[in-house]
Design a protein around this ligand. Structure first.
Ligand code: GLC
Length: 496
């Protein structure tokens, strides 16, 4: 009886298109955490169980995001011109008709894809986990899906399952592995949602009649069956499911403001996915499912929150250049210095850095990306202990301050970062990441909250003790004349 009532509600929402749904969304408060239609892992577990489940993620601090799909074939260009914006959004930003977009699949033959090399690259960079796009908003599945034929196995000459190959390698090389899945947007499946772009019209924001259909039908015939495949066909994997763009609670993006006439993921729809997620009790999933579920992680996108998210696990996801999916015209690569300082900044605030690579349609990882990851890995080889399994800074003001005069885009006081140093913490150590070498050759803090018993530089293999004084709470450590690493030299303070 109950089930029939729920199904009726779902299909009525879908049938009456957006007006009925808008009213529902506007008047309705999503159920409070813990009172979902289907309780999630997070609703039911004890704090100790949560700590155990999140342990590896909290210690990892650094992961690899991979955006890879048939958008790497056009690689950001359509009809001879660059389409502005993100590479994986080309179908939407360029209003490419479904049939034209689907025609990229037979051209996709990434024979140079090498799962071993990609996992080895992540490991060399010091990354502890990988999350790859199993299906992005374009609807193309990068794995062997029986649920829908628009996939790499049945739709391309490649006929291999890169997700399977990566899962095997990840397991072999001892690294966690997860799937990104676009549960809400799907631009090639009839009924799949689309975010507003350019002159695309409400209520669906579709640009091709082939996209029109019933969302509930899409969800039940494609998204849910595919989620089932991803949760059951990959052995120990996935460790993570990374949802995206639900238009609802917890997820907000400046790039995709939420028009009021779009239904988003309802609690009922989301709860059907949650029933599947609950079959894997160790799974970690993010805050972008929608329907009032907060998941495990906050997911700041392309920025580092000023003070982290005290009390919540979080992960800043960022691009290496300006796109997630490969774009031949985007050479705006961040420097290794910026990338490393982002990692250190994030660790000092208690979060993880999910740094993206966007392989080409051949399977090759752009050499600029490889080079940066390898350089990061060299630094991590020496200094990794100051990042992994650390706790946030004991200080705080070194990260910068909110401006009293300048405002950000939302009109709130703007956070102005400072880039002199950062700090992370362990039970018996405090790490100081020095970006700027003090001209006095002395590291000084006015208030050191612990008693220091020794000091040395992590990059000095002999760990030669440095002289220091601690008086009335102030700490001064005498440093050598020059930095040992131009990007960040780590000062270790042994403490009690
Ligand atoms: C955005 C984009 C998407 C990308 C994601 C990564 O929401 O829609 O293309 O995959 O961010 O965080």
């Amino acid at each position: 009886m109950k089930r029939i009532a729920r199904l009726a509600l779902v299909s009525c929402c879908a049938l009456f298109a957006t007006h009925a749904i808008t009213a529902q969304v506007a008047d309705e408060k999503w159920p409070a955490e813990g009172h979902h239609p289907v309780p999630s892992i997070q609703d039911k577990e004890t704090p100790a169980e949560k700590d155990a489940r999140m342990k590896w993620f909290r210690e990892a601090r650094f992961g690899m995001f991979i955006h890879w799909g048939i958008y790497s074939v056009p690689a950001g260009r359509w009809q001879g011109k660059e389409v502005p914006g993100l590479g994986e959004w080309i179908m939407n930003s360029g209003s490419i008709p479904v049939a034209d977009y689907k025609a990229f699949a037979p051209q996709f033959n990434p024979t140079q894809f090498d799962a071993h090399a990609i996992v080895a690259l992540a490991k060399a960079a010091g990354m502890k986990y990988i999350v790859i796009t199993a299906k992005h908003h374009d609807g193309f599945a990068m794995y062997d899906s029986k649920a829908d034929p628009f996939n790499i196995m049945s739709g391309t000459p490649f006929k291999r399952d890169p997700l399977h190959e990566l899962a095997v390698e990840a397991h072999k090389q001892g690294i966690k592995f997860g799937f990104y899945y676009s549960q809400y947007q799907d631009w090639t499946a009839p009924g799949g949602a689309a975010y507003k772009t350019g002159d695309h019209k409400p209520p669906t924001y579709h640009w091709d009649p082939a996209q029109d259909g019933d969302f509930s039908h899409y969800l039940h015939t494609k998204a849910i069956p595919q989620m089932k495949e991803l949760l059951t066909n990959y052995g120990e994997s996935p460790d993570i499911i990374w949802f995206d763009t639900p238009y609802e609670s917890g997820y907000q993006s400046n790039d995709h403001p939420n028009p009021k006439d779009v239904h988003g993921m309802t609690p009922q729809w989301a709860s059907e996915i949650v029933s599947l997620l609950n079959t894997r009790p160790k799974l970690i999933w993010n805050n972008r499912l929608g329907g009032g579920y907060n998941g495990d992680t906050e997911t700041p996108e392309q920025y580092i929150p000023a003070n982290g998210y005290p009390g919540r696990d979080w992960e800043s996801c960022m691009t290496i250049n300006d796109t997630w999916g490969y774009k031949v015209d985007d050479k705006n690569f961040k420097s290794t210095e910026t990338l490393l300082r982002n990692l250190i900044d994030i660790a000092s605030k208690g979060g993880n850095y999910l740094l993206n690579i966007g392989p080409e349609s051949t399977g090759v990882v752009p050499p600029e990306e490889v080079a940066r990851l390898e350089q990061m890995g060299k630094w991590m080889d020496v200094n990794g202990e100051s990042i992994y399994a650390t706790k946030p800074t004991l200080f705080g003001s070194e990260a910068g301050a909110f401006s009293t005069t300048e405002k950000d885009k939302q009109g709130k006081p703007k956070f102005v970062p400072e880039w002199k140093w950062r700090s992370t913490t362990k039970a018996d150590k405090v790490y100081i990441h020095l970006f700027e070498w003090p001209s006095t050759h002395t590291f000084h803090v006015a208030k050191m909250p612990r008693t220091v018993t020794g000091a040395y530089l992590l990059a000095d293999t002999s760990h030669k003790p440095l002289k220091f004084t601690q008086k009335g709470g102030a700490l001064d450590v005498q440093l050598p004349d020059a930095a040992l690493d131009p990007i960040a030299t780590v000062l270790v303070l042994k403490t009690r």
